[in-house]
Write a new protein. Structure first.
Length: 117
């Protein structure tokens, strides 16, 4: 299965230690995160705990703190740091020439509302 990459934005469009929300037809939306080393990650914009908007959380290292209850979510896996449990769906990301790409197949199918906890 080959990836169908879609340009979403420039790396510089994502705030350092922050996120940008990617709207999609299927809810919930996707959040693209940028950490202090300019690494880019993409997760569903919903905490596995109580559904908080991860895009509004604070990025530190390779984690984001959910703004509702401060759960730490690993950006590379989407999983909560112990002792918390649960995972937010992770999306494939590609960065080339300062552009951020997401897989159109994943955007259309992964973590749609019917799968929500």
């Amino acid at each position: 299965m080959s990836n169908q990459w879609k340009i979403i934005c420039k790396v510089d469009d994502i705030p350092v230690l922050g996120a940008r929300v990617v709207q999609r037809d299927a809810k919930p939306d996707v959040a693209i995160f940028r950490n202090g080393e300019d690494k880019i990650f993409a997760l569903v914009d919903r905490c596995p705990h109580k559904g908080g908007p991860l895009s509004q959380g604070i990025v530190h290292g390779e984690r984001v703190a959910c703004p509702l209850h401060n759960w730490n979510i690993e950006l590379d896996s989407g999983c909560a740091s112990a002792p918390d449990a649960g995972c937010a769906q992770k999306f494939s990301v590609k960065v080339e020439d300062g552009n951020v790409y997401l897989d159109t197949g994943e955007l259309a199918t992964l973590a749609i509302e019917a799968v929500a906890a």
